[in-house]
Design a protein around this ligand. Structure first.
Ligand SMILES: [Zn+2]
Length: 265
């Protein structure tokens, strides 16, 4: 806003009709029937939304996990120095499959992009649009591309920002617009409207999923990423995060989201 402009306090003032805000749900949203969880690396999902996915899977949701990379750069202090990107990839893919089995995720897709080098390309957006149209999820789960800094000790990984940015762009407008990527129509993939986007790691969470009953599954799934955990036990950290995220709603353990409700009845 510039100096001479009137102060607009209404939610929709000065912005298109679509910027209206629907009231955040006070009650926890029902588990979506079909879910797509999109992340940059193996283990991102388990750190951030594993509890929510485990809860939804128990309730009967069909969940597809999409890993844009296979984590070929993900070594840590405990990784032997002779481990190469090529040798790490199949190990990390297997760790991700095992973690997904713990959570109850039905399918895992690896798109094979290079770890550490993700770019917000049209090729990546087309790939995600294709997968969204093919699987027709009601809900997409991804990160928040606008988050650059968390506290003063962690700068969000560029791959995380790109993965969430492109996931959102694929949801809207690409997946639902017939004439974007017409080559997908030729593949028989019709437009699909994703109804909800659950954005984790947001600075503006408005939706809280109670994960107290599945916290053990979240931790167990994360522990499947053995190359990343080394001898470290993530239980205390994950329990602490869940407590912090639940505090706003007096929940013992939660995962917090910004929920975009794009199409509702
Ligand atoms: Zn990551």
């Amino acid at each position: 806003m510039s100096a001479g402009e009137p102060d607009r306090t209404g939610e929709s003032a000065g912005v298109p009709e679509r910027a209206r805000r629907s009231r955040p749900a006070r009650v926890e949203p029902a588990p979506p029937k079909r879910v797509m969880s999109i992340h940059a690396h193996p283990d991102d999902q388990e750190f951030t939304v594993g509890g929510t996915l485990a809860k939804w899977a128990r309730a009967g949701s069909e969940i597809v996990t999409v890993c844009l990379t296979s984590g070929g750069a993900g070594s840590n202090d405990h990784t032997p120095p002779d481990v190469t990107r090529q040798s790490l990839v199949p190990i990390r893919e297997e760790e991700q499959r095992r973690a997904c089995r713990v959570l109850g995720v039905s399918e895992v897709l690896f798109l094979g992009y290079e770890d550490g080098m993700l770019e917000p390309s049209l090729a990546l957006r087309r790939d995600l649009t294709r997968i969204i149209r093919r699987h027709q999820p009601e809900a997409v789960v991804c990160g928040d591309p606008t988050m650059r800094f968390y506290g003063n000790m962690y700068m969000n990984h560029p791959d995380h920002r790109v993965a969430s940015d492109v996931a959102l762009d694929a949801v809207f407008p690409s997946a639902e617009t017939r004439l974007i990527f017409p080559e997908l129509l030729a593949e028989g993939l019709r437009p699909h409207k994703v109804r909800w986007v659950f954005i984790h790691g947001s600075g503006q969470p408005d939706t809280f999923i109670d994960i107290a009953d599945v916290l053990d599954l979240k931790i167990a799934a994360l522990k499947e990423h053995k190359t990343q955990m080394g001898p470290w036990d993530p239980s205390d950290m994950i329990t602490g995060w869940a407590r912090e995220q639940g505090a706003k709603r007096k929940l013992q353990a939660a995962e917090a989201f910004r929920l975009m409700r794009l199409h509702e009845d």
